[in-house]
Write a protein that binds this ligand. Structure first.
Ligand SMILES: *Cc1c(COP(=O)(O)O)cnc(C)c1O
Length: 378
């Protein structure tokens, strides 16, 4: 069995997958059809209902979801896509996978989200899309981003990997984006180990995503194995990103618990806020935002950050960094000519940030222990 960090006093993450999910997986394994079939269809219907969009495509990761979304928008070599340096590398890599060029806009110093007021100055004739990332579960300023996108005829693809339940004022996740991308990776709020989804209200974009996720074939396996044999054609040059029935079966029961689990994370979040020294900085959550509380992050003195991380490890508390500013990662800076000093807000956050454990099964004692330890170390 994989153990490692999980033996700690307070592991960084513990999933909430249990008996119901096990039963669902066994049921799927007992059926004859293991790949993309009825469970995936049912999951896609339920997920569309949950996010309140018309269409969902189940895929193998959020990275695949972002890649397919960009391809469905026709984005390729010569095009530019605007995004944030304060995100996981997948957001940028998906743009590079299409042959397009990522263009970064610095973040707001108080939330870590892309500073929408600085987007317009980075738009050129080559710009085709904006990928806002709802960092830590807080929705970006989507009203402003939508109006900029409309003015310049750009697509919006939401990186909603942190934001399954989030909203901001009257705007829900996935509502103003042309497409939105979700992750079911092991540490995300619902999970099948590795998985993702693309949501959209646009039937044409959905068609393209569905086609491209299975090589570009004109039918999927479930269609080919039902009724009279029909020849399939290859109608575009696609990828192999389709979700399978086993993953979909595992995800279905988790959707019913997502809001409850989010509420449990919110309670832990509030406990952290009440027990940590008031001098310790953390990202602000705006009044009109319902966050998913995906991560609990503190921002400490960059000079002391790594010492504090190691101190937490020593006390058997799992902690990690989400994220060092992506313009400073060597392969990206080499390829794109990015360097330090370009995105001061993102770089400062990247050098100060520590993510502390946040998941439903955390106990009050554990939160107290983490806070006491952090207060001592800071
Ligand atoms: C997890 C994550 C991704 C990538 O998700 P995968 O499903 O692992 O591909 C993309 N963006 C953000 C912000 C993430 O946190």
């Amino acid at each position: 069995m994989d153990k490692g960090n999980f033996k700690m006093k307070v592991p960084f993450f513990k999933h909430s997958v249990g008996e119901e999910e096990k039963r669902a997986v066994i049921e799927a394994l007992d059926s004859d059809f293991l790949t993309t079939g009825s469970y995936v269809k049912k999951f896609e219907e339920k997920f569309s209902e949950y996010v309140r969009v018309k269409n969902t495509a189940g895929v193998m990761s959020c990275t695949a979801a972002l890649h397919l979304s960009l391809l469905a928008c026709g984005i390729g070599p010569g095009d530019e896509v605007i995004t944030t340096p304060q995100t996981f590398v997948a957001t940028t890599l998906a743009i590079l996978h299409c042959g397009a060029t990522p263009v970064l806009v610095d973040v707001e110093p108080f939330t870590g989200n892309i500073d929408a007021t600085k987007i317009e100055e980075k738009i050129t004739e080559k710009t085709k899309a904006i990928i806002p990332v709802h960092l830590y579960g807080q929705i970006c300023d989507m009203l402003l981003i939508r109006s900029i996108a409309n003015r310049h005829h750009l697509y919006i693809i939401e990186d909603a990997a942190h934001a399954l339940t989030s909203s901001r004022g009257s705007v829900r996740v996935g509502q103003l984006g042309d497409l939105s991308c979700f992750s079911f990776y092991a540490t995300k709020s619902i999970t099948c180990g590795e998985g993702g989804a693309v949501c959209t209200n646009n039937a044409e974009l959905h068609e393209k995503v569905m086609n491209l996720r299975t090589h570009g074939m004109s039918t999927d396996a479930a269609q080919r194995f039902s009724g009279k044999y029909k020849h399939w054609d290859l109608t575009s040059i696609g990828w192999k990103y389709n979700m399978d029935n086993i993953k979909a079966a595992m995800l279905l029961p988790q959707l019913n618990k997502a809001q409850r689990h989010r509420d449990q994370r919110m309670l832990h979040y509030r406990k952290y806020c009440s027990l940590l020294d008031p001098g310790i900085k953390r990202p602000a959550i705006l009044d009109e935002v319902e966050s998913d509380y995906h991560l609990f992050t503190i921002w400490v003195d960059p000079e002391k950050r790594d010492q504090i991380l190691w101190g937490l490890q020593e006390k058997e508390i799992g902690a990690t960094v989400n994220y060092r500013s992506i313009n400073l990662l060597s392969a990206l800076s080499k390829k794109l000519g990015w360097h330090s000093g370009q995105f001061p807000n993102s770089e400062l956050i990247g050098n100060s940030t520590i993510s502390l454990p946040l998941y439903p099964s955390l106990t009050e004692d554990q939160v107290c222990f983490v806070c006491k330890t952090v207060n001592n170390l800071v």
